[in-house]
Every structure is written in structure tokens, then in C-alpha cells.
Design a protein around this ligand. Sequence first.
Ligand SMILES: Nc1ncnc2c1ncn2[C@@H]1O[C@H](COP(=O)(O)OP(=O)(O)O)[C@@H](O)[C@H]1O
Ligand SMILES: [Mg+2]
Length: 279
Amino acid sequence: MKIAYVTYDGPDDDRDVMLAHWRDAGVDGAAVRWDDPAAVWEAFDAAVVRSTWDYVERRGEFIAWARRASAATRLLNPPSVIERNTDKTYLRALAAAGVPTVPTTWVGPGEELRPPSFEEYVVKPAVSAGARDTIRTSLASEAAAHAGRIAAKGGTAMVQPYLRMVEEEGELSLLYFGGRFSHAVRRTAMLAAHGTARPRADHVGAELRTPAPDQVALAEKVLGQIAEPLLYARVDLVRLPDGTPALIELELTEPYLYLSDAPGAPGRLTDALRELLRA
Ligand SMILES: Nc1ncnc2c1ncn2[C@@H]1O[C@H](COP(=O)(O)OP(=O)(O)O)[C@@H](O)[C@H]1O
Ligand SMILES: [Mg+2]
């Protein structure tokens, strides 16, 4: 089996873990940059989209690449998933389908935010990763100004109440490989008060956790909404002030998978990959 681990030009601990595992497991794995003009995607049985973390400013180019690559090899996750999942407006569709999500006011190009009254706001672009261009503020005027900046660039801004539980219980990420639960981690809060994101904090300090039954039930409800077969999925959950779980993000494109934190996880991902390629 010849597999491309699709990546970018930068660090990725998952990549080291996965390639080492593949070497031991007899899988011919190679790290390939998604935008490498010399890449020969036809040479691979599958290309697994992983740390393509530099696509955010080049989403159109990235989606076009995914379509091209999937004509040449088995792209996982599939390009239809990647296209939908790289714009967080997918959360609106999931909410409309009855999935509890973080309450969000959407501000599109040409629109102006009439800020709801929150103690603290989070304002972020719908196309983002690693809390890029995301702010936390207690000032409605600052929230509106940031939303305006995002919309002025042609983007869609998301305005949410700041959920303090990310600092206490913490955001929980549930990892599924081939539709089966693999492991879950508690993630570190990323937004400093009155500031922007802590750079690269998104996968430091994670700890393995056993999800509660209501979290498993919600994660499975979310995944039940996706028609395409998925090699990997990360369901990021928070709790609303009333204690009920809600989806903050569904990562189907390039989630960090915490492979070194969970014994057996690289093997489970590889098993899921073999199964998908056999099917
Ligand atoms: N409403 C919110 N309340 C508290 N923290 C938030 C909120 N929205 C985002 N964050 C913080 O910012 C991080 C990044 O936001 P997220 O919506 O996951 O986008 P992305 O990971 O794509 O940048 C989250 O992991 C969390 O730490
Ligand atoms: Mg996130």
C-alpha cells in the first residue's frame, strides 16, 4: 500500500508518528506537500489529507487541488467533504438539522453586526484554523469592529458568547477513524482575555479523557449527518452554560489527531484506511 500523508511545509508531530507507524506496519508512506507542483498523486493508492494548515488564505486553490488529486488517487476525506468543511457555515446546516451548536450570529459581506449583549464575545472568520484572526473581547464595539473587518475582506464573521468552560472542564475532541471511536482529548483554551489566540496552543497540553454518554451521543448524531465515508473525523464539543453539550467545530479536513497521546491510535487509523481501500 502506497500512501501519501498530505501536509505543508512546517512542523507536525502527528506526521512523525504516522510515518513511523507506517514504516513498522509495512505501509509505504510518504509526506507530500499538497501544493508541491512535482507531486505525482497517481503514484499513490490513497492520499490522506492531514496537516495542510496553510490553506486558510488559499481556500479556492486548496479545493481545486482536492478535486484534481481525487481524480488521480483516492483522496481521504473526499473533496466534497473538504469543500463543505473548510467553511464553518456548515454549522448552520447542522444546526438546522437539529444538532445543538454554539449560538452564533453570522455577519456576511455588506452586513453590519448589531451585537447581542454578552459578557464576553468571540469573533472569528468562518474560514479559519488554529484560531487564526479570532478575538475575545468584552466590548461590543470591538466585536462589531472585528466582525466588520472580516466581512470587509469578503469573509463571513461568526460572533459567539465566550464560553468560560473552555478554561475549566475544557473543550473535548472526540476522534473517530472509519466511523469508529478511537480516543478523546481535553484541549487547552486558546483565547487569552482581551487578546488574540495563543499561537500553536491548539494541540499543546491535551489530555486523554473518557467522554461522557451525552458527549458520545452528540458526536454520533453529528457524524450521522455526513453522507460520505470518512477516514477521520474530530468532533469538538463544548458545554453551554446550561450544561448541555454543543458542537463548536466538526473537523473533517485537517484535524490534528493527537496520535502520540493515544496508544494504538496510529494502528486504528491504518486499519480504517485499509478497510476503506478494500471497500
Ligand atoms: N465561543 C467560544 N468560547 C470560548 N472559546 C472559544 C469560542 N470559540 C472559539 N474559542 C476558542 O478558540 C479556539 C478556535 O476556535 P474554533 O471555533 O475551534 O476554530 P478553529 O479551530 O478552526 O480556529 C477554540 O478551540 C477555543 O479554544
Ligand atoms: Mg478548533
